[in-house]
Design a binder for this molecule. Structure first.
Ligand SMILES: [Zn+2]
Length: 322
């Protein structure tokens, strides 16, 4: 949510023209949708991979302007596949139109799991944001999207001309989040797993911080030459960027432990301290982020809740004495 101090090489998206085709490499071009927000930065970057035969990654939001821009950018070229990194509403909606109009198949890890029952992790009503709409606080999810082809981690699922795409499963932002590797340029399309401008939202219960940090480590262990996030500019020197990205999470985790060493606390109170320098409108998503850290630390046996209280947005947390 917040721009990450200390993460190097974040290029601002200056001079961006919505709907224009940015040529980023011999095989990769991008069209940015005009849906700027605190979740999407300047907007959703839809990637077009290939020459005459192309694959589209994250077609983007249902905006007439973006659909027209994509149509123009594709310019009658043959769409051989549509990749969806995950099912948030700034990524999926135009895939229905694109699949219908091109007969191309959609590829993804799988549908987004539906939430089960009511959820104590969701009980974060602060009475402040009733009329801002859920979309202001949370990314909307398309639970109905089911990819035509479900691809598994490590699977090379599409070959076009002299290049291929392979799946890299990166759960964390969502459990079904997929990154995609382009072999010919050793490039990784990172969706929302790695953003080019900020940290990623990890919101329980589907968002999972333990998985997320493991998925960042998974990319650290790779040697991709460039990362193409759906939001923000390409990351052309991934190693130090990813190291700083992970360090930011480890640091936040340590801050939470330190805070709880001073005494038991609620998420709400912790956010007041940890995000003191962040605009109040961001405190609600920040509480979800702190929750995701606490759930990880709870599973690790580092923190616990007040006697017999299951983890929830409202319970009291403390450090386990060891
Ligand atoms: Zn997302």
């Amino acid at each position: 949510m917040t721009a990450v101090a200390g993460i190097p090489f974040v290029e601002p998206l200056e001079g961006l023209v919505y709907g224009a085709v940015d040529r980023l490499s011999p095989l990769v071009a991008r069209v940015v949708a005009e849906n700027p927000s605190k979740f999407t930065y300047k907007g959703t970057g839809t990637y077009i991979i290939g020459r005459d035969d192309v694959v589209v990654v994250d077609p983007g939001p249902n905006l007439d302007s973006h659909r027209t821009a994509l149509e123009r950018a594709l310019d009658g070229r043959r769409v051989r596949g549509i990749v969806v990194t995950h099912c948030h509403s700034d990524h999926v909606p135009l895939s229905y139109w694109l699949a219908e109009s091109t007969q191309a198949r959609t590829y993804g890890f799988g549908p987004h799991p539906r939430p089960i029952g009511t959820d104590a992790l969701d009980d974060d009503d602060d009475g402040e944001s009733k009329n801002t709409g859920d979309g202001e606080e949370r990314e909307h999810t398309d639970f109905d999207f089911v990819p035509d082809v479900a691809v598994g981690d490590g699977q090379t699922f599409l070959t076009v001309d002299d290049w291929s795409l392979a799946a890299v499963h990166t759960p964390g932002h969502t459990s079904n989040h997929l990154c995609v590797h382009l072999d010919a340029e050793n490039a990784l399309f990172t969706g929302d797993h790695i953003m080019g401008w900020s940290t990623t939202v990890v919101s329980p219960p589907d968002g999972n911080m333990a998985d997320y940090m493991a998925s960042v480590r998974k990319l650290i262990a790779r040697s991709d030459a460039v990362l193409y996030p759906t939001h923000g500019n390409p990351v052309r020197n991934p190693a130090p960027f990813l190291a700083a990205y992970l360090a930011h999470r480890v640091e936040r985790e340590n801050q939470i432990i330190e805070l709880l060493r001073r005494g038991p606390s609620t998420i709400r109170a912790m956010v007041e301290v940890l995000y003191a320098d962040v605009r109040r409108e961001l405190h609600k998503p920040a509480r979800r982020s702190v929750m995701s850290h606490l759930l990880k630390l709870y599973d690790d046996g580092v923190v616990t809740t007040a006697v017999d209280a299951p983890p929830s947005m409202r319970c009291i947390w403390s450090v386990v004495d060891r």
